[in-house]
Design a protein around this ligand. Structure first.
Ligand SMILES: Cc1cc2nc3c(=O)[nH]c(=O)nc-3n(C[C@H](O)[C@H](O)[C@H](O)COP(=O)(O)OP(=O)(O)OC[C@H]3O[C@@H](n4cnc5c(N)ncnc54)[C@H](O)[C@@H]3O)c2cc1C
Length: 349
């Protein structure tokens, strides 16, 4: 199987490689862009170019996470890995983000191959209405609030008849509760979110606006940012079916030049994925902008697949850094001189 699969298997390879392609195995293998061995690309000049780590490297480096600015990806070679046919998933629940992060660190050490995937969320436990000012008007005098819990799903792959040692696996973690253990075929595991997408359709979530905001935070500031952001978030703002993802990873697994993330041993991805009814969209977008700016203030780098409001060359340069930005401007002149690819999304001047 491919070393990294995205959560949603309905996305296209070309589109996902234009962002990065994160999955529950990224803590070990990096993003999909780190696991590509060759691409066929049609540039803005109409040339069909094969590129790889050995050949036409300039284009290879610009197209991966290149937000479709330099070429259209028309063929992809990805690295595969051997996978076992069955997957055991342990459902763990944490009441403390710091404890979850400490346990994840233990499973993300280089050379430790016991755990095959880590998947986590911030999950609101609704607490009712608290006072925030005078009177009982919602949002003025009173506000709903949640106590946030953190589910962590951990998997181990195995062959039929060689089941994992549960006590040994669970002994590596210190959750508030171990709520469930389930066995899947490898194929079922890859499709694990299919029932969620069905629920999205049934609940009306699919029909709503999805201004998703994802960011990759330094490990050192992640807990403070996440707890601060959650403390400001009334649980109903996520909408029915909306959720908040956590993406713990080692930082050194991803080296694609345009996929920007903080340095350090570990990083934490955080994605707020609301479904917003049209009448609340303006308010939600303002709040998401504030969360985006706050995450950048905490040293985070936005994951560029969702709602992005970088609206000036300065903001894009700040995201990519001066050196990479200069490379991108040069590549744009070379591979798309007429600016016909994804025009208007990035401001170069
Ligand atoms: C439900 C859901 C779950 C997701 N889960 C994940 C996840 O787990 N991990 C993750 O990393 N991302 C995830 N994403 C984000 C996804 O990877 C991006 O939205 C991606 O851009 C989707 O590409 P697409 O081609 O399928 O979509 P489209 O809407 O068809 O394309 C999006 C953009 O990608 C570019 N593009 C598409 N095809 C090509 C091509 N061949 N060459 C160059 N550029 C191209 C274009 O700029 C296009 O506007 C998820 C998205 C959704 C909706």
């Amino acid at each position: 199987m491919p070393r990294v699969l995205t959560n949603n298997l309905g996305v296209s390879l070309g589109g996902t490689l234009s962002v990065a392609g994160l999955g529950v195995a990224s803590f070990r293998y990096g993003a999909q862009v780190d696991n590509v061995t060759q691409l066929e690309v049609v540039t803005g000049t109409g040339d069909i170019v094969i590129c790889s780590p050995e050949e036409n490297t300039d284009l290879f480096d610009m197209v991966r996470s290149g937000l479709s600015q330099f070429g259209i990806i028309t063929k992809v070679h990805v690295q595969l890995r051997r996978a076992k046919p069955r997957v055991r998933k342990y459902f763990l629940l944490y009441d403390d983000l710091g404890a979850l992060m400490k346990d994840c660190e233990g499973s993300m050490q280089p050379g430790d191959e016991t755990i095959h995937s880590l998947e986590s969320w911030c999950s609101p436990c609704f607490q009712g209405v608290k006072k925030i000012g005078e009177g009982m008007e919602l949002g003025e005098g009173a506000q709903t609030f949640a106590y946030w819990m953190y589910p962590l799903h951990v998997t181990v792959e195995y062959d039929e008849g060689a089941e994992p040692n549960d006590a040994e696996i669970l002994g590596r973690f210190s959750p508030y509760r171990h709520t469930e253990t389930s066995d899947f075929t490898q194929h079922e595991f890859c499709e694990r979110l299919k029932p969620l997408f069905t629920l999205w359709d049934r609940s009306g979530y699919t029909e709503m606006a999805h201004p998703w905001m994802e960011t990759v935070l330094p490990w050192e500031t992640a807990q403070e940012f996440i707890e601060l952001a959650l403390s400001q978030l009334p649980p109903q703002a996520l909408g029915p079916g909306g959720h908040i993802l956590l993406w713990p990873s080692r930082a050194d697994t991803s080296k694609a030049p345009l996929f920007k993330h903080p340095d350090g041993d570990f990083v934490m991805g955080w994605g707020i994925l609301p479904g917003v009814p049209q009448q609340f969209l303006d308010m939600a977008l303002t709040q998401l902008d504030m969360a985006s700016e706050l995450s950048i203030g905490f040293g985070g780098k936005r994951y560029l697949s969702g709602y992005i409001t970088f609206n000036s060359a300065e903001k894009w340069e700040a995201h990519f850094g001066s050196e990479t930005w200069a490379r991108m401007k040069e590549a744009k002149r070379r591979f798309d001189p007429d600016g016909i690819l994804n025009p208007g999304f990035i401001q170069y001047e």
